[in-house]
Design a binder for this molecule. Sequence first.
Ligand code: HGY
Ligand code: MN
Ligand code: MN
Length: 421
Amino acid sequence: MTRAITNLGVDGGRLWADIMALANITDPAAPFTRRSFSRLFADGRDWLTKRFHEAELETRIDAAGNLIGRIEGSDPRAGSIIVGSHTDTVPSGGRFDGIAGVAAGLEIVRVLRERKIALRHALEIVDFLAEEPSEFGLSCIGSRGMSGRLTAAQLQFSKPDGEKLSEALARVGGEPARLAEAKRSDIRAGFELHIEQGTVLETGAIDIGVVTAIVGITRIEVVFEGKAGHAGATPMHRRHDALVAAARLVDRVRILAEESAAQGRGYFVATTGVIEARPNASNIIPGSARLIIDARSESREALVEFRERLDRESLVLARAASVERPRFETLSDTLPSACDESLRQLLKTAANGLGLSFVDIASGAGHDTAFLSHIAPAAMVFIPCKDGASHCPEEWCEPKEVAAGTAVILEAVLEFDRGET
Ligand code: HGY
Ligand code: MN
Ligand code: MN
């Protein structure tokens, strides 16, 4: 029998103020930007640490660089519940992607404290390190670490200025040498609130999305090497223009993705979001070109097939442009991950009890929950965002929408805490 929903209100104004305050710790020239491992990211973490202390959370940075605020539970054998997301952004991103989820966790702690509710489980609010693709070419760094999936090879990835991920991890308070200690076995449930970053909820005037699964994401780096040369004095038949091969591959990425999406094997998208030509001057034939391709699907088989076709076709395009293709590297490769059915049910019951409409929804965006789901039952709540806009300054949602999503997770946490034996 489901306990009557207590309708614990969250303080929507306080929650909104947190989101705006954190969002405004940004590069003023490119709002809203707080890139992982940057000075601004550190400023955001300082701000969040102060809020955790005010909420009387025991605060630490784990070996994987995650910022964790913890309240012990009344039963030390019960294990932990996590409510978390991320505070880093993409360049010129939005105010809500990740931030809303961390602020929701903080608000839940405050309400529990104000109502003097002591959970049996420990409750942890987590800001996962570097959920967005970082300058190291890797995303979800903290949640990979917490789930034991951040590899020694990935720690050696370096960013353009040469710093290695292991060095940057230490710089933000992580301990690469003790990374194994970040892997958790005590988590009994994980919840994440996130803006949908799509238009299903908005167009359907639905309050809450209860996520079914998060797509698998494969990111591939391709480098073409030709020969730099004078743009004026080099006849067309004597050129080795790396950017010509790269440009043709960008179009093939789109075509292969459209073909895959049309095969009825579920959601499939692919994007070439990074393209660099060197030396990148108008009067020099590009001697080299670098692409990063991001492909996503609910179907593992479709992603593997896409990568194989891209591997073959990029070699053909290299030959056609009389250039080499020295690098075709899978930077990261995550499996599609399903959200936990019983936690999803708790979220639906909570939404229903709060008088909120809800719907099942798949996530085309990647999230830390995908990694958390490898070590614990995990589930996500989506809230609507205006026009589905995200990863841009226009990203927007309403205070009542964030408050509603937060209240749903609060109710689900309470129910889980009481029900789980
Ligand atoms: O790229 C994504 O799907 C997420 O926003 N990091
Ligand atoms: Mn994002
Ligand atoms: Mn996000």
